[in-house]
Design a protein around this ligand. Structure first.
Ligand code: 13P
Ligand code: SF4
Length: 332
């Protein structure tokens, strides 16, 4: 095994020193052209990565973009399950990720072998999985959903069908409330969205009485109860642009504030505080990606995200159903 392969296994990225005098933005743009590559970035990425990406979006938009891109290579600045989804939708393309260890606590909370056992207890249930799960879990899924289209996906299922929803219990509880469907929930959660403190948000609201509280549906119910708008990252971004309020308390990963500030430079965005003193409203997985690692992965075309043909075939069916439902509903 050579050093580069060892680095990828140990660190998740190529441990090659990058010349600090290099203009990374210029170099990345050059590499993109040279290799006919496209950079897709999630809203939770650092602002320098969002600014150099060809496309920045939420999970649904990124999967739609991955399906339609004409590029030969996709550099996915997000987390591993998102890059897997891109590979499933564009299997003939090379998909690289700046750091293979950019995982997801929510995805990790639902290992496929355990879920397969769980599913056996409910043989007549249809499985809906939030896209924040492994490709292997998607092979055990009937329909995927994202936070943008979850309500539409649940409503598309005939009323007499029983549903298992995995892996996010908070999004699941929110969907039960919103759709009135009784669902069996897997007990998973996102470490970032579970950290917000209801008490501190209430205090903040007293200090900024005109600020509207907005939240992602991965938050726990006590936080969602305070929210005047609940939506996916793109939903939150659209809301702040159309709502007349001048300030917002934002309960989701802090990376989204970059696009909010860009779209509405005269409005104020206050990140909702976590229940301790750390910077826990930043996703440690998303933040493993850096501009240096993005440059290296484009240059060396590694680390690459690969999947077996079986996983691609079986997982794709669940994602395709989700995309069909989104298209019918006109969701972008
Ligand atoms: P969306 O961008 O689809 O709202 O997802 C949020 C998230 O947690 C992604 O990891
Ligand atoms: Fe996973 Fe939560 Fe990070 Fe999103 S914010 S990637 S759900 S850990």
């Amino acid at each position: 095994m050579n050093q580069a392969e060892l680095d990828l296994i140990q660190n998740g990225y190529l441990d090659i020193e990058v010349d600090p005098t290099l203009d990374l933005v210029e170099e990345i743009n050059k590499l993109k052209k040279e290799k006919n590559a496209v950079i897709l970035a999630h809203y939770y990425q650092d602002s320098d990565i969002q600014d150099i990406a060809d496309f920045v979006g939420d999970s649904l938009q990124l999967s739609q973009e991955a399906a339609r891109t004409q590029a030969d290579m996709i550099a996915f600045a997000g987390v591993h399950f998102m890059a897997e989804t891109a590979k499933i939708l564009s299997p003939q393309k090379k998909v690289v990720i700046p750091d293979l260890k950019a995982g997801c606590s929510l995805s990790d909370s639902c290992p496929a072998p355990l879920f397969a056992k769980f599913k056996e207890k409910y043989p007549d249930h249809i499985v809906v999985s939030y896209v924040n799960c492994t490709a292997e879990l998607k092979t055990l899924t009937d329909i995927c959903c994202t936070s943008s289209n979850a309500v539409h996906v649940i409503n598309s299922i005939p009323k007499d069908r029983k549903i298992i929803f995995a892996p996010d219990k908070n999004l699941g509880a929110y969907l039960i409330k919103k759709t009135g469907r009784d669902m069996v929930l897997w007990n998973g959660a996102c470490m970032v969205h579970e950290i917000f403190s209801r008490e501190k948000i209430v205090k903040l609201k007293h200090q900024h009485p005109d600020a509207k509280i907005i939240a992602h549906p991965e938050c726990e119910e006590p936080v969602l109860e305070l929210a005047e708008y609940i939506g996916s990252t793109s939903g939150l971004l659209k809301f702040v642009q159309t709502d007349p309020a001048r300030s917002f308390i934002v309960a989701t990963e802090a990376g989204i504030l970059h696009q909010m500030a860009k779209a509405c430079p005269n409005k104020t965005f206050i990140p909702a505080p976590p229940n301790n003193l750390c910077a826990c409203n930043e996703c440690p997985h998303m933040k493993r990606n850096t501009l240096e690692k993005l440059y290296l992965c484009l240059k060396y075309e590694q680390p690459e995200v690969t999947l077996s043909e079986r996983v691609i075939r079986e997982a794709r069916a669940a994602i395709d159903r989700m995309l069909e439902i989104s298209e019918k509903a006109g969701l972008k």
